[in-house]
Unconditional design. Sequence first.
Length: 459
Amino acid sequence: MDLQRYPAEPFRIKAVEPIRMIDKNQREQLMAEAGYNTFLLKAEDVYIDLLTDSGTNAMSDRQWAGMMQGDEAYAGSRSFYRLEDTVKRLFGFAHVVPTHQGRGAENILSRIAIKPGQYVPGNMYFTTTRYHQEANGGIFHDIIQDQAHNAAADIPFKGNVDLDKLDALVGKVGAENIAYVCVAVTVNLAGGQPVSMANLRAVAEYCRARGIRVFMDATRCVENAYFIREQEAGYQDTPIADIVKEMFSYADGCTMSGKKDCITNIGGFLCLNDEELFTAAKELVVVFEGMPSYGGMAGRDMEAMAVGLEEAMQEEYIEHRVKQVRYLGDRLMEAGVPIIRPVGGHAVFLDARSFCPHLSQSQFPAQALAAAIYVEGGVRSMERGIISAGRDKKTGEDQAPKLETVRLTIPRRVYTYAHMDYVAETVKHLHQHAADIRGLKWAYEPKQLRFFTGRFEQL
Ligand code: PLI
């Protein structure tokens, strides 16, 4: 193995959890019983679980030690102050409001910063983020550059905001009708694609000149920083922590799902600079989450999160993280399997339209492909296409996205390169007989965030 291209794990393994593979006939039956929705499988029936990188991380010995030191006081917990200090120091924001996970922070931000009828431009949508924006009367408007919607466009910083799209919206509706601009670093549904520092700076300059606030979705900010270090001129010698801090200097606050780049299993927070918004957020956090000094987290979780965020900034950690994901992508590309290019930070996204050219989007090719991958090799993935996108609030029509994908998401510090090889072999084998994959139709369609619990039948 070329250790430069694919560095060995920068850790050794101290605790293990056995996994088991059940036979193919059983998998076929279980997938049908789960309504062809990989969310509805039992985890113990899965061999390699690439459903998500959210909360599925392996914590370090230092994080587990922190768990023992968690201060479970209802108010004023020492663990909160530790987390608050860490986040302020690493991100540079004035205030931190803890929440039970990322969507808790999104709920509060949407309630305090959106007036009904205002627009919320963003670099592509994320499911829970857009849900909360719309539930509070906001109108989501996509301002990501066009190439991000093209799976094959192999360009760096594919998550960048198209400033002309933002300017066109501001020209049409007026700056006062923009609640804020939401910039995700990285962009999950575009394939984990990063945003360049130059682009973040340009968005901030544009918005500051017009009195528009910028909030970042910080969920995978350390992965974004790694891409900047690797690919943006002038950052090759800059420590990851300094890049992260500069990224956030271009924002008025952020929402964070700690379940990703804080390398924990639960938790999140909202950061704000503005005093009035901070006061409003504290008033709401007690309604939805808990005291402003725990926000739905146990003291031990806050302790583990503070340690995890520090560890995420370590150079060897983040290099291995991003390159392990790239290793899986490279193995699939070599075999001619269609994936979103370039490979992003947290996952490899299969292009289900090209994988299953015999299925139209209304036959849910990505949902069907995710189910087929489980049956093929016991590997669990997730649909990120028309099912995830949901229906338009006004018209009730499906919001058919250009990207119809299956996400193979790599948990942090959990699997080895050998596991990646197994996943690649499973997908490659299925690709050879992809024509056998049958389309799906709804058996039960939930009203919101339908991908989590929806059920399907084979056509
Ligand atoms: O799952 P939460 O509530 O901690 O975080 C919500 C959330 C916000 N932003 C982004 C970019 C996410 O990816 C995200 C959650 N993602 C999940 C669960 C995932 O599987 O990608």
